[in-house]
Ligand binder design. Structure first.
Ligand SMILES: *Cc1c(COP(=O)(O)O)cnc(C)c1O
Length: 401
């Protein structure tokens, strides 16, 4: 996406604005499927929560992907986008048995991550095949906020509790058709991932009726120059060999599943915001934009780094800026960043804004959520209107006071 195009989109649709490029999404999808092409049955389930616009889901449908969902509402979105229930997997955490039953009745593959629900579900619905989410206790990345495989994590059933799972299966006569893990958001080291896979294979061989093994996600993409990204091709080579060997020993061709979000959509997106004010204090130059953590919370929530480019002055001298939002709280996007000289009215582009950006947006300060645009086959399409005051008032009921 070049500067001129992005600037013209802000002219056309206003600011702030999310823009996604379908070509980048398709390339990432192809990279992933290519890396595992030596496995007979592979299914990529796109993690809806990364970017849940219904058009993005439809895009994945055209690729032949399935969906990974974490709420009943995401399942409903997927069905609305035209996915068949059997192409959706539901991996909730901490939800009620009722919600799991509801989703199961829609025909969606259920993935259960605790013993209590497993036992109750198995007792009520012994004939509905379920997948179980295992916690292999492998620490995927350095950042604890996004690592969900460690010992104290709330996610998954511990590998040390496999004997208990087996007892539940025996007592309820329920069918386990899949084994799953998702260790967190940062796979830095392929060998660590493969070790976790070995643990999963060990668990898998104790179940006789498997149809698939789901290795979750955690694929990392670069956010700045020099960042490590997951070497999908290397992972493909190493895991393919192990997976095919496992299937041979197991005596059945299982489906290999992944459920990436960030890997597929992060780099496809950018977030465009206008500089409202350049404010010089004694020690810092602030650039204040027409947005805040209500639209892009990752920098404040996870200390994430998003590259920021001044689209309006690409040849300007680099100066140091602290880029902040307009929310009445500290909402710093970046501190002391070299950016091409900023003037009021300039358009800044925040890169890697495809995953966990719009989908985590809120209406804090009663601000409108931004519009979303998809660039697809050479055209730009508005895929979400900018909100209006009606949206802010929609579900408020007014009583007589
Ligand atoms: C969030 C999530 C994913 C996607 O993770 P990414 O890091 O975006 O690839 C996959 N599986 C489950 C169960 C998740 O909760």
């Amino acid at each position: 996406m070049n500067n001129q195009l992005l600037l013209s989109l802000v002219e056309k649709y206003g600011s702030p604005l999310y823009v996604y490029d379908s070509e980048i999404i398709e390339n990432q999808y192809k990279r992933l499927t290519n890396a595992f092409k030596k496995i007979k049955k592979v299914k990529i389930n796109y993690a809806v929560k990364a970017l849940s616009n219904v058009n993005i889901l439809k895009l994945f449908k055209t690729y032949g992907a399935g969906l990974d969902t974490v709420s009943k509402q995401e399942v409903l979105l997927g069905l609305h986008a035209g996915f068949k229930p059997k192409d959706i997997i539901y991996t909730p955490n901490g939800v009620s048995l009722k919600e799991i039953e509801d989703v199961s009745q829609m025909g969606v593959q259920i993935n259960i991550d605790n013993l209590s629900i497993l036992e109750q579900f198995g007792h009520h619905f012994p004939n509905v095949p379920v997948c179980i989410r295992i916690n292999p206790h492998i620490l995927a990345g350095g950042n604890h906020k996004i690592s969900v495989g460690h010992i104290d994590s709330k996610f998954g059933i511990s590998i040390h509790q496999v004997p208990h799972i087996l007892r539940i299966v025996e007592n309820t006569k329920m069918k386990i058709n899949g084994i799953h893990m998702h260790t967190g958001s940062d796979i830095l080291d392929i060998d660590v991932f493969v070790s976790a896979a070995e643990i999963l294979f060990d668990v898998a061989k104790q179940f006789d009726h498997l149809e698939f093994i789901d290795f979750g996600s955690g694929f990392k993409v670069p956010y700045k120059l020099g960042d490590i990204s997951t070497d999908i091709e290397e992972l493909g080579e190493k895991l393919t060999e192990r997976f095919n060997l496992f299937c041979k020993n197991y005596g059945k061709e299982l489906t290999l599943m992944f459920e990436p979000g960030k890997f597929l959509v992060s780099e496809s997106g950018c977030f465009l915001a206008k500089v409202n004010v350049v404010k010089q204090t004694t020690s810092t130059v602030f650039a204040g934009v027409d947005s805040g953590f209500n639209h892009l919370i990752r920098p404040m929530f996870y200390d994430s780094y998003h590259e920021i480019v001044n689209l309006s002055n690409p040849d300007g001298k680099n100066r140091y800026y602290t880029v902040v939002g307009y929310i009445c709280e500290t909402d710093t996007f970046a501190s002391n960043r070299p950016i091409h000289e900023i003037h009021e009215g300039d358009i800044l582009c925040f890169k890697n804004a495809g995953a966990y950006c719009f989908s985590m947006a809120s209406n804090y300060n009663s601000r409108y959520k931004p519009a979303e645009v998809l660039i697809h086959k050479g055209n730009d399409f508005l895929i979400r209107n900018r909100e209006t005051i009606e949206d802010i008032l929609r579900n408020q009921t007014e009583i007589n006071l």
